[in-house]
Design a protein around this ligand. Structure first.
Ligand SMILES: *Cc1c(COP(=O)(O)O)cnc(C)c1O
Length: 404
């Protein structure tokens, strides 16, 4: 069976983890701080906080910005549940909007229509690794009429004076928009380093701060550092200093810190990410695209345009004109040929937690159409040319069997 997305665990990763285990320091410490510095250097943002998931990262940023009951946060209907769950946790309302038919990203026109005087944050998702249209999003939130509508309730909201753009960049580390890297495209972006993501630390994530003046990103970093460690003003390493046992708890915080064991995997992953991992993934994408371009039924994902470059995270193939049942049948047949595939994503209104809140899939026709014709193909480091051929043959055979 060809797996969908196994992690790349080789001797280098194992050695680095063992080095941490033997060092006597396994939780947040020097390797986590080094990982943060290297992420900042790679992405070009202003400050980086490593955390233990993308989800906790998104949530603490919403809470730092003061998102609460009565507020609205705009999200695409086509994303993973975490993007909207964190809004619900804060007591605010996820306002879902439809997506684009071409690149799966959030539809700007729909975002514009969804803005009200309650909107505090827009959360674009770089789906599959393709960056959203950030210039246009910023143009939108900086427009005079939209700024006038904005009702600041907290110090941070007054300071920004407009809607915050918080990117769910779970897929897009390494992606580029107009020559700039994901991580510095929004006010704040949050990566995921979950086991199936392009760059993994088993579980993990990073809050990429890139707030404009007059914010002091270092100060926000220090606040979030405390906030993701119970609100405690000293971390475990600082407390080991001679006689430095006393600490204070400044706010009732979260537990979201990254450990040095995780960071050691991340350091190795990052050191070979741009030239090795991304290059490898792009080659797989190109092989799929070359093969499927010959078939009239294939709708290929866009992963490179004049001003955008994907991180090649999910190869979202679509089959033209099929129903959800036909797609499911095709997937079954692909699995029967010993190839693992997936679907990214079930639009949120299809899931009980959101359906029960009154969201209706009928309101998101593009998201539904993207979903019911979508099949995500395996892309991972080590997937050989021969295996890619096996995947391609399995897909072509299965589609033709079902369409016959
Ligand atoms: C994986 C994923 C997340 C959640 O990431 P975690 O690190 O597991 O919290 C959020 N959003 C999207 C779009 C994802 O794919």
């Amino acid at each position: 069976m060809i797996p969908f997305s196994p992690p790349r665990i080789d001797q280098k990763v194992i050695d680095e983890v063992v080095d941490t285990l033997k060092s006597g320091w396994i939780t947040t410490g020097p390797k986590t701080k080094e990982f943060e510095r290297r992420l900042t250097a790679y992405c070009g943002n202003k400050a980086t906080l490593a955390v233990n998931s993308n989800t906790v990262g998104l949530e603490v940023v919403l809470r730092w910005f003061g998102v609460q009951e009565g507020d609205e946060v705009i999200v695409p209907a086509y994303t993973y549940c975490a993007t909207a769950n964190v809004i619900v946790h804060c007591g605010a309302k996820p306002v879902m909007v439809d997506v684009n038919a071409d690149d799966f990203d959030v539809c700007l026109e729909k975002v514009r229509e969804a803005i009200t005087d309650k909107t505090k944050v827009i959360m674009p998702v770089d789906l599959g690794g393709m960056p959203c249209a950030y210039d246009e999003l910023f143009e939108l939130v900086e427009a005079e009429d939209v700024k006038t509508l904005f009702q600041a309730k907290t110090e941070e909201q007054r300071k920004l004076g407009r809607i915050l753009i918080l990117s769910d960049s779970a897929h897009s580390i390494g992606a580029e928009y107009k020559g700039r890297k994901a991580g510095c495209l929004a006010d704040v972006s949050v990566f995921s380093f979950h086991a199936v993501k392009n760059l993994t630390t088993a579980e993990g994530g990073a809050i990429m701060l890139n707030l404009p003046e007059p914010f002091d990103n270092e100060e926000v970093y220090r606040y979030l550092c405390t906030y993701t460690l119970h609100g405690q003003n000293k971390d475990a390493l600082a407390k080991t200093k001679r006689g430095a046992w006393r600490y204070d708890v400044l706010v009732s915080g979260f537990k979201g810190n990254m450990t040095d064991i995780m960071a050691s995997i991340g350091l190795v992953e990052l050191s070979r990410y741009e030239d090795d991992t991304l290059h490898y993934r792009k080659c797989i994408y190109d092989q799929y695209t070359d093969a499927f371009a010959r078939y009239g039924w294939a709708e290929l994902p866009i992963y490179e345009t004049e001003d955008r470059k994907s991180s090649y995270h999910v190869y979202c193939l679509r089959v033209k004109g099929i129903t959800e049942q036909q797609r499911d049948e095709i997937i079954q047949r692909i699995f029967d040929k010993d190839v693992s595939v997936n679907v990214h994503f079930q639009p949120l209104p299809l899931l009980s937690a959101f359906k029960n809140k009154g969201y209706k899939i009928e309101d998101y026709p593009v998201a539904y159409d993207n979903y019911c014709r979508e099949i995500s193909l395996p892309v991972w480091y080590g997937l050989s040319e021969e295996m890619v051929k096996t995947v391609i043959d399995a897909v072509i055979c299965s589609v033709e069997e079902v369409l016959a």
